[in-house]
Design a protein around this ligand. Structure first.
Ligand SMILES: *[C@@H]1O[C@H](CO)[C@@H](O)[C@H](O)[C@H]1NC(C)=O
Ligand SMILES: *[C@@H]1O[C@H](CO)[C@@H](O)[C@H](O)[C@H]1NC(C)=O
Length: 296
């Protein structure tokens, strides 16, 4: 009697294990099919993750020391969206206002890496789209969530992060405002961080809520990119603060920097003083943007 029961129990456990195994492999299959592989090796040579974890939230990583591998892991899993493999979908928006300047800097170069921060919808006034279509790789950053959604529909062949670049050297959540313009095209088309010294909203903005901000160096470490040909920075006033978070010690080398200077406190003069002290030469102004080149 006892033996019979024991055999039954063992059989039952065995059957349950089989079912669990089968179930796991079904789950695994659907998971593999539906989850975009964030660590797509071909793009930026991203190494395999070195920390295994099931889930991690922003609140768990925001206070970790910057070198902590869990931050890199978080960025790769939840923040960095890989380049699209689908065909472009454009709405024929106006292109870059700086085509001539980009041509002067890069000629017909077809293999660079760009960072465009303040990427808008990825098409409208995009400074990097032409480079990407020529074969450049890159990273688009746009903190404004609605613009981020629009950007995703364009199928850009660059990485995308719907966060802001931190104006500090830490990870933080910062109050964000979005523009409210009459013209439908410009509705929500601009976002800005509200900092203690940069919180003026006027009537053109409304408060949006907090957005997560990561230092540029942390995001680039997650991408495994240490050399950038072109950084385009248009962040409604915190440009100089973001430049201040760059290491300038060879760990992240940036050759050309374009800065929108009209909202920066101290303007072009302050930007020039800062970048020249960090080994850059001023190239030229065009419209409201200043262009700089690293002294090679
Ligand atoms: C899940 O899928 C991956 C990739 O196809 C495979 O390497 C792994 O062995 C699978 N795991 C299980 C439990 O089936
Ligand atoms: C990040 O640094 C800034 C400036 O030093 C500081 O005001 C802010 O409180 C810090 N944020 C966090 C989340 O530590």
């Amino acid at each position: 009697m006892f033996l019979k029961r024991a055999v039954k129990a063992v059989l039952l456990i065995f059957v349950m294990l089989m079912i669990k195994c089968l179930w796991n492999s079904i789950l695994n299959d659907t998971h593999n099919q539906n989850t975009p592989t964030v660590q797509s090796e071909e793009v930026a040579g991203i190494p395999k993750p070195f920390v295994k974890m099931s889930h991690i939230s922003f609140s768990e990583i925001k206070d970790l020391p910057l070198g902590d591998p869990r931050i890199i892991e978080y960025l790769r899993r939840y923040v960095l969206i890989p380049p699209s493999k689908l065909p472009y979908v454009f709405t024929k928006e106006m292109g870059s206002l700086y085509k001539e300047q980009v041509k002067q800097m890069f000629g017909t170069k077809s293999n660079g890496f760009f960072i465009e921060c303040g990427a808008n919808d990825g098409e409208y006034l995009s400074n990097t789209l032409e480079l990407e279509m020529r074969g450049w790789k890159g990273l688009l950053i746009e903190a404004q969530p609605e613009l981020g959604k629009m950007l995703m529909t364009k199928n850009r062949k660059a990485w995308f992060a719907n966060v802001c670049l931190s104006p500090y050297s830490n990870i933080s959540e910062i109050e964000f405002a979005v523009g409210r313009f009459m013209n439908a095209r410009y509705k929500n088309a601009i976002g800005k961080l509200l900092l203690p010294d940069n919180s003026y909203m006027g009537t053109l903005y409304r408060k949006y809520g907090k957005v997560p901000c990561f230092p540029i160096t942390t995001i680039m470490a997650a991408l495994g990119v240490t050399h950038v040909d072109y950084l385009s920075l248009d962040v409604e006033g915190v440009e100089l603060k973001i430049l201040n978070t760059l290491p300038f010690d060879g760990t992240l080398v940036i050759d050309y920097i374009q800065v929108e200077i009209n909202h920066v406190r101290g303007g072009q003069k302050a930007v020039k003083r800062f970048l020249e002290s960090k080994g850059y030469d001023f190239l030229f102004m065009h419209d409201i943007d200043a262009f700089y080149k690293r002294r090679f």
